[in-house]
Design a binder for this molecule. Structure first.
Ligand SMILES: Nc1ncnc2c1ncn2[C@@H]1O[C@H](COP(=O)(O)OP(=O)(O)OP(=O)(O)O)[C@@H](O)[C@H]1O
Ligand SMILES: [Mg+2]
Length: 486
């Protein structure tokens, strides 16, 4: 072991001097780097501490939340530093995992220029967009007055997210700002009360939200068997109207409606009616490929309550049984439905035309669907109503009873298309009213062999069973109507 007396003092002194010089050189270099990077200097000058002492608080959001994040950041700045200007960088590489990494790289390279933030646009409604900062910083203060720098950035490559960054000399100040921005985001989310289609981009591996206009349908436009729409409405809208009182009475608000029936009978139509009725509700419509992200969709609906989540053609996900006896996707949906706590006002509407594909799963996980309603093909009364509905106030001079008789077994969407064709025939002959002849021509055109696919596409299981008007004019070659095909 070397004793104190063994040390060459002169040598030690020289070593100490060299170390001091190295230390000073490093310290100066760091100082120069700071000064050489106006970006870093702007941040550290405002925070009053070197970058190495800065506390970083980050919060990651889904990419589709960026508009809400920007809205919240703007509200925060409006309250704490009105007029504050966002800044960013000029040129060069723009892909960092975080804003602090960008600053560190600016410090190391010393050349990152201070510039304007990167802006993009994000939709906040069917026809409205806002400008969002995609990479930028802004100097402001925490609620207690401590200087902070807030950063917004997003990535939309393989790992997509939106990032809120708060830099400060103190952790408490930084977390207080993060919490406040998050609170403002929840409170002023531009998605609240909107109709959103929740899709999925396989290419980018992220969720895509599209805004849709809210459907405007009157109850008279939804033709269902007597009392059925009222029963649905009573359950879904009735609970929404009494939400507060039901919660006080210890009752849960979540409801699950299953609409089942053949194609083209009005399941989607009924869903659209409900969305129109629940004007203040956020509607989240799931489309096929997004089903794998049902958890996010349900989380969104929960956050933006009161809300309605619509999962169309749920039998399609019931079929995906790659490894399990029952589809894991279907169980994810049922679990997500069950995960909604009692005081959260979320309605689930599922539609299917193959209810038997769901029964097993629904029985295994009871309590998710509390109202199952059949939406059948229209009976005679309903067909008469549909004819009048889709004539759209055009006078009808025809014997509608005959048309009703001739269209037994067809779907509502078939009648809708029939009326479109009848009106077209009438328009061509400049007739003010719809006559037997017009109906006869359109019915014959839709019921021939060559129209089998058209009928199938309109969801009709059967073709019209008889000719409507045997007294059709002779000059019109009567096409033979086919008997019901199934
Ligand atoms: N019961 C109905 N009342 C009034 N119009 C209807 C009705 N059913 C269907 N229609 C009309 O036909 C169109 C297609 O019907 P819809 O999309 O609701 O069928 P669906 O039951 O959802 O079929 P699918 O099982 O194929 O999804 C509707 O947009 C609407 O215009
Ligand atoms: Mg449908």
């Amino acid at each position: 072991m070397v004793g104190v007396t063994d040390i060459d003092l002169a040598g030690a002194r020289a070593l100490a001097e060299s170390l001091r010089q190295v230390y000073t050189a490093v310290a100066t270099r760091i100082g120069e780097d700071n000064a050489a990077s106006p970006l870093v200097a702007k941040v550290t000058d405002h925070l009053g501490c070197p970058l190495s002492d800065v506390v970083v608080v980050e919060e990651k959001y889904r990419l589709y939340e960026h508009a809400a994040l920007q809205t919240a950041a703007d509200l925060y700045l409006g309250a704490h530093s009105p007029g504050a200007q966002w800044f960013g960088i000029v040129g060069g590489e723009r892909r960092w995992e975080s804003i602090i990494n960008m600053l560190l790289s600016a410090m190391r390279e010393g050349s990152r220029m201070l510039g304007r933030p990167d802006y993009g646009t994000a939709p906040i409604g069917p026809e409205a967009t806002i400008e969002v900062v995609q990479l930028g910083l802004v100097a402001t203060t925490a609620p207690d007055g401590t200087p902070v720098v807030v950063g917004l950035s997003n990535r939309d490559d393989y790992d997509s997210y939106s990032l809120l960054t708060v830099l400060s000399a103190g952790r408490e100040a930084a977390t207080a700002v993060r919490d406040e921005v998050d609170r403002l985001k929840r409170e002023h989310d531009p998605f609240r009360g909107q109709v959103l289609s929740f899709g999925f981009s396989e290419h980018r591996d992220n969720e895509l939200l599209t805004f849709l206009p809210r459907p405007e349908l009157g109850a008279e436009e939804v033709v269902l068997p007597e009392g059925r729409l009222e029963a649905i409405e009573d359950h879904i809208v009735g609970i929404a109207e009494q939400a507060d009182r039901l919660t006080e009475a210890g009752q849960h608000l979540r409801r699950g409606l299953l609409l089942y029936g053949p194609p083209g009978t009005g399941k989607t139509h009924t869903t659209r009616y409900l969305i129109g009725r629940l004007r203040d509700h956020t509607a989240v419509l799931m489309t096929g490929p997004a089903m794998g992200k049902i958890d996010y969709a349900v989380a969104l609906a929960r956050k933006l309550q009161p809300s309605i989540v619509v999962v169309e053609d749920v039998d399609l996900i019931a079929e995906d049984r790659s490894h399990h006896e029952t589809s894991p996707l279907l169980f994810s949906l049922l679990d997500a439905m069950d995960g909604i706590s009692g005081d959260v006002d979320v309605t689930f509407v599922l539609t299917t035309n193959r209810v038997e594909a769901l029964e097993h799963a629904l029985v295994q996980r009871p309590g998710r669907v509390d109202l199952a309603v059949e939406v059948p093909p229209p009976d005679a009364v309903a067909r008469e109503r549909l004819i009048r509905l889709y004539a759209r106030n055009r006078p009808i001079a025809a014997d509608t009873a005959k048309v009703v008789a001739a269209t037994e077994g067809v779907t509502a969407s078939y009648i809708k298309e029939l009326l479109r064709r009848v009106i077209l025939v009438a328009l061509r002959s400049d007739a003010p009213a719809l006559t037997d002849d017009h109906f006869d021509t359109a019915l014959q055109a839709m019921s021939g062999d060559s129209q089998a696919l058209t009928r199938a596409l309109l969801g009709s299981q059967e073709t019209p069973s008889a000719r409507t008007h045997g007294d059709a004019k002779d000059h019109r070659a009567p096409a033979r109507l086919q008997p019901p095909s199934c």
